[in-house]
Design a protein around this ligand. Structure first.
Ligand code: AMP
Length: 432
């Protein structure tokens, strides 16, 4: 098969690594890719926003499957445009991608199909939103309705912060994405990510994961795109897993089908484990980054037949195998991230680091210049490891991090700590 992968981050490097390992694949391209992806695929300088150019490339290279990594092209309807041109693509069409593209859309779906989520209201003007805030009180959560690159959510612990968030959103901080605002009940509990694969009718679970959004150790500092992740999380027990599938994932897939907008692709649920059971606080319509990296390390089965089955409506009776080990990834970022940072610093020691047993290094933002690997983004590397326990995976990942020579980079030193604490005897665990 000829496959084209769209994207350029660590998620896409992990996908490229997994797809390239499939015996079904004769050639893999990636647009635009990065220096790490270039080892698995031929990188091409295609503008992913230019659907006609992507279709033209597919025709010229007899592409039989397009795999879409990030949400922006999905929300822009690239899967529909490829389908209209007779080209198979993995991921949801534009209508179904609204599960991520509009918070209000997802909340309305939850109401219609009885999916447990936080109570909410949707507003198109600041005055009504403010009145609602005053009536509800804090803590409360204010969300821009549309895609805001992960920055459109304010968890306000007091009313002043909530009102400031409403003012900022209606003042156009997120452009059109903030023209509507969703105000949501604050959910207390432990946050986990849950991934499932759907073909529009059947949903099969992938795996659970936990990511680390804050930039510094002990969950301090501003939110980022994710500084690390691990899978599975010990907090998704068999019972929690079943509840999430039955109460959240399956009703979503059957609800989308009933509405005539079936969801195909990866459903990534952000879930709070509350005292009243698991509740959905958001959907994404693609793999998480960096959660994808740990999922790919744990996936034993070939991913390509699973993607084809999702496109073709063949997931019924489909079986995916997983390695039982824990996979963990540490993100190495450029100093200054998530604020301003410099590009172009040189990274050494990658080959040496990659030699550690069960370690895999995925590139998130790199370029190659004159044989050297240079940083070319905020999040730059994903140093991943498998281990029989979370502690072992963590030890291996940091042993690899310590072999990487990159003065201008930094990482958190506590990725996976919740799972590592869980492996200690009850009396000696750190307070959470
Ligand atoms: P989102 O962009 O929807 O993933 O939200 C960003 C972060 O805000 C999530 O990772 C949660 O930690 C937090 N969050 C979102 N919704 C809620 C909620 N209803 N209650 C508490 N925290 C929330």
């Amino acid at each position: 098969m000829h496959i084209l992968l769209l994207g350029s981050g660590g998620r896409e490097h992990a996908l490229a690594w997994k797809i390239a390992a499939s015996p079904l694949v004769t050639k893999l391209w990636c647009a635009p890719g990065n220096a790490g992806i270039a080892r698995e695929a031929e990188c091409v300088a295609l503008d992913v926003a230019d659907h006609a150019a992507v279709i033209d490339f597919c025709r010229r290279n007899s592409i039989e499957l397009v795999v879409v990594g990030p949400e922006t092209p999905l929300a822009a309807g690239i899967v529909d445009d490829l389908a209209a041109a007779g080209i198979k693509a993995f991921g949801p069409g534009k209508q179904a991608a609204q599960l991520e593209g509009s918070k209000g859309f997802t909340k309305a779906l939850c109401t219609e199909f009885g999916i447990p989520t936080a109570a909410y209201a949707r507003f198109d003007n600041a005055a009504d939103a403010r009145a609602y805030l005053r009536q509800q009180g804090a803590p409360i959560v204010v969300k821009a309705d549309g895609l805001a690159a992960g920055k459109g959510v304010v968890v306000a612990m007091n009313l002043a912060d909530a009102e400031a968030a409403v003012a900022m959103m209606f003042d156009g901080a997120f452009g059109k994405a903030g023209a509507d605002v969703v105000i949501e009940e604050y959910l207390a509990g432990r946050e986990i990510s849950f991934f499932a694969l759907s073909d529009g009718e059947t949903a099969i679970p992938l795996a659970s994961a936990q990511d680390h959004k804050r930039v510094f150790d002990h969950d301090q500092g501003p939110n980022t795109g994710g500084m690390g992740a691990y899978s599975p999380t010990p907090f998704v027990t068999a019972e929690v897993h079943n509840t999430i599938m039955e109460k959240i994932i399956r009703p979503t897939v059957s609800g989308m089908k009933a509405r005539g907008t079936p969801f195909r692709g990866v459903l990534y649920a952000g879930i709070m484990l509350t005292a009243d059971g698991p509740k959905l606080f958001e959907y994404n319509v693609r793999f998480g980054d960096p959660e994808c990296q740990v999922l790919m390390l744990r996936m034993m089965s070939d991913i390509v037949p699973a993607m084809l089955a999702s496109c073709d409506g063949q997931l019924k009776n489909f079986d995916l195998r997983w390695f039982p080990q824990t996979a963990l990834t540490v993100v190495m970022a450029a100093r200054g991230y998530p604020g301003d940072y410099a590009r172009g610093s040189r990274i050494g020691g990658l080959d040496d680091a990659g030699k550690i047993e069960d370690v895999e290094i995925f590139h998130a933002g790199t370029i190659e210049k004159d044989g050297a690997i240079l940083a070319n983004g905020g999040r730059v590397l994903n140093v991943c490891a498998l281990g029989n326990t979370a502690s072992e995976a963590q030890r291996r990942a940091y042993a690899a991090v310590d072999r990487i020579k990159w003065e201008e980079g930094f990482c958190r030193r506590d990725i996976g700590w919740q799972a590592v604490e869980r492996e200690k005897p009850p009396g000696s665990r750190k307070e959470e």
